[in-house]
Design a protein around this ligand. Sequence first.
Ligand code: PBG
Length: 326
Amino acid sequence: MDLHFDRHRRIRNHPVLRDMVRETRVLTSDFMYPLFVTHDEGRHPVLSMPGVDHLSLEELKRETETLSELGVPAMMIFGIPAIKDDLSSEAYAENGIVQQAIQAVKQENSRMFVATDVCLCQYNPAGHCGVVHDDQILNDESLELLAKTALSHVQAGADLVAPSDMMDGRVAAIRTKLDKEGFVQTPIMSYAVKYASAFYGPFREAAHSTPAFGDRRTYQMDPANVREAMREARSDVAEGADILMVKPALAYMDVMRAVKESFDLPLAAYNVSGEYAMVKAAAQQGWIDEQAVVMEMMTGLKRAGAEILISYFAKDVARYLRASGS
Ligand code: PBG
């Protein structure tokens, strides 16, 4: 038989060579770990997210140490306020939960990179990401509050702010405010492309931020659209974003690739609560090999173009990588 074909398997036979020709690597240093901070004492599990807890400020310090020991270099802080009001006051209060959390982390370990989620939905009774009036989510009226929130985080010591509200113009509003106050060096990672997704379900339980009426579809994007994602990203680049994010991650890897190819800013992928919960649930049933599935997912996100992985799996991945000696 005189067949002519390529021998793709030649480079897969020896494990050393297989490692050397690997095109994508997941590193602990890729990760930002999201966490939820409350005014309550102690540590309380989020039932739909096994392994994730609500943390008091003291527990947050402990968690900071755990992350440092594991080599996870960055965190993203979400706050659960004591009170919710129509002006979302605790979002930008000097002694708000996030502002206190940032200081607590920095006190514990000044090298920990602290990013914060900038949004209003946890802070107002309507549970929407902007100012609500007559059941409408007002755009322009929200910008000043979002900018104040971002500024208060940076004044408390945040290294980066990440607006997730999806109001138009918020990157411009935040950039202008930060610059005016002298924080010209603080980067903005915009949730540039954020879809109205059912994958946020467990997060809303964790953050107590389920909308009291309606849904988020007048500001978050339709999962069906990718050309619109380009417009969102283009605006955020023009307004001064330093890093673009696509969220959720797994059902939107084509969007990541498209954003990556069209814009030369770094790209972050947010592997959200529902994506985490599904894996944990299947693993608890013994239906999947959790470690293998998690690493395959994270590798896929990097292959799709993400430099930064925001994931509740960050500590798990750090442990896997440590155990494998990489
Ligand atoms: C707040 C916010 C949400 C998430 C991050 N920031 C929820 C939402 O928009 O409803 C989701 C994170 C996750 O699901 O892990 N705007």
